[in-house]
Design a protein around this ligand. Structure first.
Ligand SMILES: Cc1cc2nc3c(=O)[nH]c(=O)nc-3n(C[C@H](O)[C@H](O)[C@H](O)COP(=O)(O)OP(=O)(O)OC[C@H]3O[C@@H](n4cnc5c(N)ncnc54)[C@H](O)[C@@H]3O)c2cc1C
Length: 378
């Protein structure tokens, strides 16, 4: 697709991301040069409205950029995706004061925001949380609890934090699968706020090792009503917002599938394998898979918004499966060369596996799809 304006993916930017991806996979840390290039590129502000200093890009353009970044550096791509998913929530649910406080920090200073929702022991549907916010005698909220698997945690400038509020009514969980629970709220919290502790080491994950995915502790953190982005039913709506807009992690899976396909193509050229019809046919099959997944991502934002949330869950499942399938086919094409530990297909495969575990993971998407696939939705 045509991007609205110059995508700053000049050869230098792309090379920084590419070499950074390899380095980060070895060290398990966010690559400093890649993050610095990202902050300076302006891309973190691509979805910030122009009147707050950003580029005002829509979800289709953001998906396209995220896919391109994922080809070179999937860890940076998930950081950008999750960051954009917060930006659109601030734009939609923020007060003017909140927009003026947070959006220019992103657009003008290249600040990065992370989502702190998952908890050790909490299920993917986030219906029950142990991180709480309660008012003290002076009326200030006090946030307590611990989050895990927060992408960008080790380098984020601020967090969007999902918390449980004191119950306002008899909470009976809906029998239907849901994403988010009752009496919950989202707060925006500065990483430097008193009581916020981020262990410097990221989780030692198999894939997405350069994404700074880690833990965050909130030890009696004072927050005000002015820090609350939304609460109650608006919180479950806000959780769904990226899906409602068509902003999708599927873009990352498409970029990963493209990277795997490109790896097979380079291998074939290097070994003069393209003369072999069987090899060409296999490459054609991975190309079909990549193009179909890209079309599914584009279709999300094209046309009507009718049942887009349902379609977004379908695209999340299908594209992450495509990412894994293309990697598996390419490993077969590479033979024993691809079985060497240092071969890039192994990093790409591990990164592709990660996407299906990311929110909403495949099992939750399937539950949500099953609950929504009534004849009336079709
Ligand atoms: C790379 C990466 C980045 C992430 N980034 C973030 C982030 O930025 N912020 C954040 O808050 N979280 C993040 N997460 C966490 C993610 O969002 C998941 O929600 C979280 O890990 C919990 O999901 P789960 O599937 O592991 O847990 P559970 O829901 O407890 O499921 C555990 C396992 O049980 C099985 N299972 C459970 N229910 C069903 C069912 N109905 N049907 C079939 N099987 C079922 C599944 O096999 C599942 O794997 C990230 C995770 C990863 C891997």
């Amino acid at each position: 697709m045509n991007l609205p304006g110059e995508f700053p993916a000049g050869p230098e930017f792309r090379e920084t991301l590419r070499t950074g991806a390899r380095r980060a996979h070895d060290t398990g840390e966010v690559d400093a040069a890649s993050l610095d290039a990202l902050r300076r590129s302006g891309l973190l502000g691509m979805m910030v409205p122009r009147d707050h200093g950003g580029w005002g890009w829509d979800p289709a353009a953001a998906n396209a950029v995220i896919e391109k970044i994922a080809v070179d550096n999937p860890s940076i791509a998930i950081m950008v995706y999750l960051h954009c998913a917060v930006v659109v929530r601030i734009v939609k649910y923020g007060t003017e004061e909140q927009k003026n406080r947070w959006l220019p920090r992103i657009a003008r200073r290249g600040q990065l925001v992370a989502s702190a929702w998952s908890e050790p022991g909490s299920a993917a549907d986030k219906r029950t949380l142990s991180t709480t916010a309660q008012r003290d005698a002076a009326g200030t909220w006090r946030m307590k609890g611990g989050k895990t698997f927060s992408t960008s945690a080790t380098v984020a400038d601020f967090f969007i934090v999902l918390v449980q509020l004191p119950a306002t009514h008899e909470t009976a969980h809906a029998a239907e699968p849901a994403y988010g629970g009752q009496d919950q709220a989202l707060f925006l919290v500065d990483a430097a706020a008193p009581g916020v502790h981020v262990p410097p080491d990221a989780l030692d994950m198999s894939g997405m090792r350069g994404s700074g995915t880690g833990m965050v502790q909130f030890q009696d953190v004072p927050v005000t009503d002015g820090d609350m982005l939304c609460s109650g039913s608006a919180t479950t709506e806000a959780i769904q917002l990226p899906h409602r807009l068509g902003l999708t992690l599927g873009a990352v899976s498409v970029g990963l599938a493209q990277a795997a396909h490109d790896t097979a193509l380079r291998h074939a050229r290097g070994r003069d394998l393209l003369a072999d019809e069987r090899y060409r046919r296999q490459l054609a099959s991975t190309e079909v898979a990549v193009r179909s997944a890209r079309a599914a991502v584009s279709d999300l934002t094209a046309g009507s918004a009718h049942d887009r949330v349902l379609r977004a869950y379908c695209v999340k499942v299908s594209t992450s499966t495509t990412g894994q399938t293309v990697c598996r086919t390419v490993r077969g094409l590479l033979g024993s060369a691809g079985y060497l530990h240092a071969h890039e297909i192994n990093r790409i495969s591990q990164d592709a596996d990660a996407v299906m575990h990311m929110g909403p993971p495949t099992h939750l998407c399937l539950d949500l799809i099953a609950a929504r696939s009534t004849p009336a939705d079709r």
